[in-house]
Design a protein. Structure first.
Length: 258
């Protein structure tokens, strides 16, 4: 008897009307508007030869590789990693793009707080789980609940992973991580404020810049992590193959056996 499974979509949609890299420009070609293209592609046919006088639909998008749910490669963080050339998104080993998933519930952390190794270790202890190499670690901040409701809070109100926590995960053999927030790091405004107050350059993009020392890929703008168990499920998240790019769009899914 086949096992019963749930397939959970962990991605946000790409759509117009959102600021910066959150959104995109989409030109929609309707079934009626495309009729001239159809006639040009099949010389000799007339509009009345098409079913109902309709052709195909198609869309043209103008967007950033970080629009919507996407995956960053090490090249996005820095040109080199541990002295070697950083891999781009098309160079990702595909065996890293699927594997056992682990959800770290960090919703108790306040917006703007940094997530430290002790936070990660404490949650793993609470879950009674030990990370294995190539586990896919997903950080749940709760930020996705602001998506489509309050874009200001979505961009500014979430906890982020710090440098030390990121490096700790890498040392456990983790190659792919993700977050339901707009970014892996804390909000830029928070990091910038602390930098102005302290002059500490290590605060700048600290989670991402951890990739200078250890290789890892990361997904941003995930959603529905609250529908997953803490562990015991599989994640599949293959990025679009864009030549020599630092990031690409991805539609991650989780498979949960009932």
């Amino acid at each position: 008897m086949a096992k019963k499974v749930r397939v959970i979509d962990l991605s946000l949609e790409i759509r117009e009307g959102l600021p910066g890299v959150l959104g995109a420009q989409i030109k929609y070609l309707t079934h009626k508007d495309s009729v001239p293209e159809m006639l040009a592609s099949w010389p000799g046919i007339k509009p009345e030869d098409l079913p109902g006088g309709f052709g195909w639909s198609s869309e043209t998008l103008t967007l950033n590789t970080h629009s919507g749910t996407h995956m960053d490669s090490p090249y996005h963080y820095y040109p080199t990693m541990a002295g070697e050339k950083s891999r781009t998104i098309d160079e990702m080993p595909l065996e890293w793009a699927y594997g056992p998933g682990v959800v770290l519930d960090m919703r108790h952390k306040k917006p703007g707080e940094v997530i430290m190794p002790a936070d990660v270790q404490s949650m793993l202890k609470k879950m009674k789980y030990t990370l294995k190499p190539l586990d896919i670690v997903l950080v749940m901040t709760g930020a996705d609940k602001h998506w489509g409701v309050d874009i200001r809070k979505y961009v500014n109100d979430y906890a982020g992973m710090g440098r030390e926590a990121t490096l700790w995960l890498i040392k456990q053999g983790i190659k792919l991580v993700g977050t339901d927030a707009v970014g892996w790091d804390r909000p830029f405004a928070v990091q910038a404020k602390e930098f102005r107050e302290t002059g500490d350059k290590n605060l700048i993009w600290e989670g991402h810049f951890a990739g200078i020392e250890g290789e890892y890929y990361q997904m941003e703008k995930l959603t529905s992590l609250d529908k997953l168990p803490p562990h015991g499920f599989m994640v599949y998240c293959f990025p679009i193959k864009i030549f020599k790019a630092g990031a690409a769009w991805v539609r991650p899914i989780a498979i949960v056996e009932e």
